[in-house]
Design a protein around this ligand. Structure first.
Ligand code: FAD
Ligand code: DHB
Length: 385
């Protein structure tokens, strides 16, 4: 088989890239290790920046998002009982949308016309400095796709970044000493907007997927085991970390999903190796506090799609030559913001009483400063490309 571009991974990055390219007449094949049902079963991000919403429209996949997505004009932050709403719309005239990654993925899958090979085993990348190809095993038979370019959109544990010689890659990493225990429940959200809460016992987040489905998280130690968290224990812990009004409004029920995600900051540089590009979680990880992971994946592939379209349609390589430095500039800003939100709101065992006073001062500064709130609003709703 031959295709102009082979995309490894059918998460939001791979599917969005594939859709933008196919609309511009560029051939793509997506090769995905898991089944479509498995990909759709993963509960992950929930907040879309305006840029990601615009991209869904450009991909002609935004209809359901506009019908069902919930526009949020601000968020609430709370810190040991004090609370502060940050009003994005009033501060900078922008907003975000609550629309789950599962739905984004479903819409992009439905819009896609070109081939996606699901349940592809042993995916391997070859000769991306010369004549690239991708091989995989399907139904016991090894298949090969020759191509002009490979896009590695296969997440943090994927094969694309791992195929790059170690000497060609620099990585930057910070692993946090905690994770997020998340619960999905068919009950109305505790409030109209998201609540990010700091408490001495640890961080908590009240999020949502729809007017009748909520998503909640609590900070837990990295080595925590999911078996130790009955639904009752989760709801009790969450209540303890919320302000009394929110705790009172919390509607609990049986969890329909429960999982623990570790928190990590990670960036690989550069993001182009000959005819191979990395995008999304294959290139970087942010801790989820700033709701940036999915949005960053979307903005990477928006730039990569433009670059590849420029190559095939306009016969110019300026875009692909500039891809890595262009996206890394924005990636590092999102890394900074995600690290900052994480540092402000979590409990860090190692920083002690001094660290907690600094966090409190940071929160009080935010509550009293329009400039600080504007900065949060600009970053949360998404920096320009
Ligand atoms: P992915 O969504 O990881 O997609 C990569 C795809 O590549 C997957 O379908 C995978 O099966 C496939 N793949 C992997 N290896 C191979 C291979 N060898 N060959 C072929 N295919 C392969 N962000 C938030 O903002 N909020 C959250 O609450 C949140 N929760 C998260 C929870 C978890 C457990 C994880 C892992 C991430 C979470 N994120 C969250 C981050 C966000 O979901 C990601 O940033 C986003 O999924 C990135 O999209 P992607 O397409 O780059 O990668
Ligand atoms: C969700 C996840 C986040 O990391 C975040 O910052 C906001 C919302 C969510 O899963 O709904």
């Amino acid at each position: 088989m031959r295709s102009q571009v082979v995309i490894v991974g059918a998460g939001p990055a791979g599917l969005m890239l594939g859709r933008l390219l196919e609309l511009a007449g560029v051939e793509t094949v997506i090769v995905e290790r898991k089944s479509a049902e498995y990909v759709l079963g993963r509960i992950r991000a929930g907040v879309l920046e305006q840029g990601s919403m615009a991209l869904m429209d450009r991909a002609q996949a935004g209809r359901r998002m506009h019908e069902e997505g919930l526009i949020h004009q601000g968020v609430e932050l709370s810190f040991d009982g004090a609370s502060q709403r940050v009003d994005f719309e009033a501060l900078i005239g922008r907003h975000v949308m609550v629309y789950g990654q599962t739905e984004v993925t479903r819409d992009l899958m439905a819009a896609r016309q070109a081939t996606t090979i699901y349940e592809a085993g042993d995916v391997a990348l070859h000769d991306f400095d010369g004549k690239p190809s991708v091989t995989y095993v399907k139904d016991g038979v090894t298949q090969r796709i020759d191509c002009n370019f490979i896009a590695g959109c296969d997440g943090y544990h994927g094969v694309a970044r791992a195929s790059v010689p170690a000497a060609a890659l620099t990585t930057f990493e910070r692993v946090y000493p905690f994770g997020w225990l998340g619960v999905l429940v068919d009950r109305p959200p505790v409030a109209h907007e998201l609540i990010y809460a700091h408490h001495e016992r640890g961080f908590a987040l009240c999020s949502q997927r729809s007017p009748s489905r909520s998503r909640y998280y609590v900070q837990v130690p990295t080595d925590e085991r999911i078996e130790n968290w009955s639904d009752d224990r989760f709801w009790d812990e969450l209540r303890l970390r919320l302000n009394p009004a929110a705790a009172e409004a919390l509607k609990t029920g049986p969890s329909i999903e429960k999982s623990i995600a570790p928190l990590r900051s990670f960036v690989a540089e550069p993001l182009r190796f000959g005819r191979l590009f990395l995008a999304g979680d294959a290139a970087h990880i942010v801790p989820p506090t700033g709701a940036k992971g999915l949005n960053l994946a979307m903005s990477d592939v928006a730039v990569l799609a433009e670059a590849l379209i420029e190559h095939f349609v306009e016969r110019s390589d300026a875009g692909i030559d500039g891809y890595s430095s262009k996206v890394l500039d924005r990636i590092w800003k999102a890394e900074r913001f995600s690290w900052w939100m994480t540092s402000l709101l979590h409990t860090f065992p190692e920083t002690g009483a001094f660290g907690r006073r600094i966090q409190r001062a940071e929160f009080d500064y935010l509550a009293g400063s329009v400039a600080a709130q504007q900065s949060l609003a600009e970053n949360y709703t998404g920096l320009p490309l």
